[in-house]
Design a protein around this ligand. Structure first.
Ligand SMILES: [Fe+2]
Ligand SMILES: [Fe+2]
Length: 386
């Protein structure tokens, strides 16, 4: 079984990837994927953005990472200082150096569901209970409570906040910022360890490193986005420093011992992230978080998710929740594979949010079938290009 998974990716050379551009456009709708969009984005070919109608590689005055020119006076100075980010003349600030842009349709961002996977094996149970413990500890330290609001409640937003039923915008932001500083760690650690294994054993990685790095960067972009809304205090930065020191080392050692348990742990963590952002969306949409209901989206977010120029913070949170749903799906799928011998089924394409938002992950058999479909698309593209 694993041999099919492996040969599918191994035989995919650069020429085949070009073939994908042709076959992807024809086959993507049938296979229910955003594959064509992803392939085009990855290869730097011009393409129309499905939300804004602009070409994705169109020259833009916006940078993709870091503070945007319009975000604050301080960042404006930082970006326009010669040699701060590039050797371009200081009046031209542009660049697109992220690994990918997650672009979602309206249908996709609304498709994400809160899901919980039952812990079946001992390894699953260890991962599940570690996540519960982490969440409990974090809720205790941050004073987070999510008491159900009584059905016949006529309490005002202020009363609900005082009664500990809902969070105010400061508490939401602290919670999100802290979680995102931690969430960016596992992908990078796992990618680094797989990279070192590949070097040390002189064998191919089978496409895992790239997806793991994408996850790490995606989480960091969440942090960069929410950072534009608040300047963290020294105390907060100290907490992040301590948490990173502890979590990095624990995850590093755990990944050496059991990569599969670690992917399951991340997947359960992402289930919590989807739940947290869903509650945040519900609070905004029901008027319980009025400070964020009409707040415009930060420029960095419009640029990264290719949002409409008139997008607001709610659109950004929907996009972030979709990203978290991807992490949930990818990590549950990874935890179902043989981490040493199977190829990464998402190395060439990923299902769209209508799948990733409603399903916990691929079983090993589904992953194998997905790789076979990718293989057929490659063959189809090769035949077309002859
Ligand atoms: Fe995140
Ligand atoms: Fe995530």
């Amino acid at each position: 079984m694993s041999s099919i998974l492996r040969t599918a990716l191994v035989s995919a050379g650069p020429a085949c990837r070009i073939g994908i551009l042709h076959s992807g456009l024809n086959l993507a709708p049938k296979l229910g994927t955003t594959f064509a969009t992803r392939a085009l984005i990855h290869t730097g070919q011009p393409n129309n953005n499905s939300l804004t109608g602009k070409r994705i590689n169109e020259e833009s005055p916006t940078g993709t990472e870091g503070f945007h020119l319009k975000d604050s006076a301080a960042s404006k100075q930082g970006l326009t200082t010669p040699d701060a980010v590039s050797t371009l003349p200081p009046t031209i600030v542009r660049g697109d150096w992220v690994l990918f842009h997650p672009v979602y349709s309206q249908e996709e961002i609304k498709a994400v569901e809160v899901l919980q996977r039952e812990a079946k094996t001992i390894s699953d149970k260890i991962a599940y209970h570690l996540v519960r413990l982490t969440r409990w500890g974090f809720d205790l330290v941050s004073g987070y409570k999510h008491k159900p609001i009584p059905a016949d409640s006529k309490m005002s937003v202020e009363e609900l906040r005082k009664g500990g039923y809902i969070l105010d915008e400061k508490a939401w932001l602290s919670r999100i910022l802290f979680l995102e500083t931690v969430a960016g760690v596992p992908g990078m650690v796992a990618a680094m360890l797989r990279h070192l294994t590949s070097l040390r054993l002189m064998r191919r990685d089978s496409g895992w490193i790239h997806t793991l790095l994408e996850e790490a960067e995606n989480e960091r972009m969440h942090l960069m986005t929410f950072m534009t809304l608040r300047r963290p205090s020294l105390f907060f930065r100290g907490l992040v420093l301590g948490a990173q020191g502890v979590f990095f080392n624990l995850f590093f050692l755990s990944y050496i011992i059991s990569p599969r348990t670690c992917h399951r742990f991340v997947a359960y963590l992402e289930e919590e992230a989807v739940l947290t952002y869903t509650r945040c969306i519900q609070d905004i949409e029901s008027g319980r978080l009025p400070e964020w209901s009409n707040m415009p989206a930060p420029e960095i977010a419009k640029d990264y998710w290719r949002l409409d120029p008139s997008a607001n913070l709610l659109d950004v949170i929907y996009a972030v929740r979709s990203d978290e749903s991807t992490h949930r799906f990818v990590n549950h799928s990874f935890a179902n594979l043989n981490t040493e011998t199977d190829v990464n089924p998402f190395a060439l394409r990923e299902p769209d949010m209508l799948v990733k938002g409603r399903k916990l992950g691929f079983s090993r058999e589904e992953a194998e079938q997905y790789v076979e479909e990718s293989h057929q698309m490659l063959e189809h593209g090769k035949a077309d290009s002859k």
